[in-house]
Design a protein around this ligand. Structure first.
Ligand SMILES: Nc1ncnc2c1ncn2[C@@H]1O[C@H](COP(=O)(O)OP(=O)(O)OP(=O)(O)O)[C@@H](O)[C@H]1O
Ligand SMILES: [Mg+2]
Length: 284
């Protein structure tokens, strides 16, 4: 998907929410998008999914400018799935199974195929025990899981996830990472908007940094977060693991090696960081 000089201003607003935004989602499979509250992440997703139409600029999907007729939009939304920040906006069925089958019924798929896909989604998203449960009895975290399942059941090529880790407990966050890996392995490209810097640092192949509706910076997580001053000036800062790592190396906490070897980059989480510290500790 490509955004070229895209501008979008909400009705009754003077200031554009997205302003001359140009970016390409292409060759990698795990994209992160970060930026302060109100920088335009959710607006970008709504444009990518055809919910909003830009006043200026072009959005292309698979090389073709988006078309805004109903049929074209239905096709687009099957291929570009959007999981909302707030799951309450996504869920439509009375029960979990009904909710899962809703999009498939709209596609006019045969009943057997719908039943098969619903059962598979219940398994894939750890919802088997909740099939008959009314949607409004679910916890917020369970609703988030269901809203991801609702989108994935349509087998999109590009998955847009708005704040997927919000409201999840640590177990479900780890489970989400495994689920995302399974989704990616099947060939779906994933773009996640998040405030969780540790998560994107560990997970993404490529990051977009937005500020005031514009693309301020993009690159691998390593190159983006190596620009510490800029990231701080943007009000974002850098992931905690990287921050600690840099502090240790700057303070020559480990006497034998003052510099962090770039190949030893901490890729994730407390556990990997703990392992790194232990290895370094044992060397000294
Ligand atoms: N429905 C709306 N009507 C008017 N202005 C809106 C609307 N939704 C968002 N905005 C404005 O558009 C800008 C971008 O908002 P957006 O929701 O895209 O930001 P965001 O990066 O997703 O923020 P957050 O991190 O808080 O989710 C903000 O200035 C916001 O106030
Ligand atoms: Mg948002």
């Amino acid at each position: 998907m490509e955004f070229e000089q895209v501008e979008y201003t909400y009705p009754c607003c003077h200031k554009p929410a997205l302003n001359s935004l140009t970016l390409q989602i292409g060759e990698f499979q795990r994209y992160g998008i970060i930026g302060r509250n109100g920088c335009g992440k959710t607006t970008l997703f709504r444009l990518a999914n055809g919910l909003y139409r830009p006043q200026r600029g072009i959005i292309r999907w698979q090389g073709m400018p988006l078309s805004y007729h109903n049929r074209a939009l239905n096709q687009l939304r099957q291929q570009v799935g959007l999981v909302f920040q707030d799951p309450e906006q996504q869920l439509v069925g009375a029960t979990v199974e009904e909710d899962l089958s809703y999009g498939l019924c709209n596609l006019g798929l045969p009943k057997g195929e719908i039943a098969h896909r619903v059962q598979q989604a219940l398994l894939d998203f750890d919802l088997t025990d909740l099939g008959d449960t009314p949607v409004n009895y679910l916890s917020l975290g369970q609703k988030k899981r269901l809203s991801l399942a609702d989108v994935m059941i349509l087998q999109p090529k590009l998955l847009l996830l708005d704040e997927p880790t919000a409201y999840l407990d640590p177990y479900q966050t780890r489970h989400l990472v495994v689920t995302l890996e399974q989704i990616r392995a099947k060939g779906t490209t994933i773009l996640i908007a998040t405030h969780d810097l540790d998560f994107v640092y560990a997970w993404a192949d490529w990051l977009f940094v937005l500020e005031g509706g514009q693309l301020r910076l993009e690159g691998s997580p390593e190159s983006v977060f190596s620009q510490r001053k800029l990231m701080e000036a943007l009000g974002l800062g850098i992931p905690l693991s990287l921050d600690l790592l840099t502090a240790f190396s700057e303070e020559s906490f480990f006497s034998q090696s003052r510099q962090v070897n770039s190949e030893e980059k901490i890729t994730l989480t407390g556990e990997e960081f703990r392992q790194w510290i232990l290895r370094r500790w044992q060397k000294n």
